[in-house]
Design a binder for this molecule. Structure first.
Ligand SMILES: [Zn+2]
Length: 282
């Protein structure tokens, strides 16, 4: 297996979930075989490689930044790039936030399919988990452990009649990702949205890009894409968050009620001790 980039440049236009502002983004094949995923804020001429050093926030969304420039809400795009096995890519963007599209990663998957995937010359590096690493926080946890297959097991529990307890076990392949995970949308509660709007966030959020929930039901007239769409979306997020290891991943990921923040701590802890993993060239 060799490292991969995309076959041709593609433009994407949309609005930011939090800013509500129109954004132009361009995915460009990488010439380098070692650069990883790199954002370029074209309006400020600042490069922001996606790595731990450049993470500036993981609370509402995953945000990277450098020299005063940020790119926010990168997790769904990263999830699609990771699922397609893209190692190196340049992403030009003219504003603070990756377009939210329909709240899932399916539009990014369609763009990647259109651009095509191209092999580079150097061998792909795979991080193989060698011992269990866990982050626990008040009954929530995220964990990686050794496995011959790439598995993502997620469970969530919400005191809400449309969600309740949902559990999903996902066995990774690009095809499975497209079928089972990519279409699952992000979700939010009306009371949270009211709060977000009061602090100047969530300005672009509407029922075209988020599953909205009041205290009793789903507000979107078209309903859900899967009855367990909520937990599938948590797996979509986790796959994007794991991309910060900057290698292909081989292991089992498990979580109960995990979050971007816990995933961020998990990937850091995993890489902090070389006994936790081995890097193989496939
Ligand atoms: Zn998400």
């Amino acid at each position: 297996m060799y490292k991969q980039t995309i076959g041709k440049a593609i433009d994407i236009v949309g609005i930011g979930l939090h800013s509500g502002i129109p954004v132009n983004m361009k995915l460009i094949p990488a010439k380098s075989e070692t650069q990883g995923v790199v954002f370029i804020r074209t309006d400020k001429n600042i490069k922001i490689p996606v790595n731990f050093e450049n993470v500036v926030d993981t609370k509402l969304a995953t945000v990277v930044g450098r020299e005063g420039a940020i790119v926010s809400t990168i997790e769904h795009l990263l999830s699609a790039l990771t699922a397609f096995g893209i190692d190196n890519i340049t992403i030009e963007i003219d504003n603070d936030e990756v377009p939210i599209m329909d709240g899932s990663s399916a539009p990014f998957c369609m763009v990647l399919e259109e651009a095509g995937i191209v092999e580079q010359k150097s061998k792909k590096e795979i991080l193989v988990v060698k011992q269990t690493v866990e982050i626990e926080d008040n009954g929530r946890f995220v964990r990686v452990s050794p496995s011959d297959e790439n598995i993502f097991d997620f469970e969530i529990k919400f005191d809400h009649p449309a969600i309740k307890r949902q559990k999903y076990s996902f066995k990774y392949s690009v095809e499975n990702y497209i079928d089972e995970i990519s279409r699952a949308r992000t979700f939010g509660f009306t009371r949270e949205l009211n709060y977000l709007k009061s602090i100047g966030k969530g300005k672009g959020a509407d029922l075209n890009n988020v599953i909205g929930l009041d205290d009793k039901r789903v507000l979107n007239s078209e309903g859900l894409r899967f009855k367990d769409e909520f937990v599938r979306h948590k797996i979509l997020d986790a796959i994007g968050d794991m991309s910060f290891i900057q290698k292909a991943f081989l292991g089992r990921y498990e979580s109960f009620a995990g979050s971007h923040h816990l995933n961020h701590l998990l990937t850091k802890k995993l890489l902090a001790d070389p006994k936790n993993y081995e890097i193989l060239q496939a």
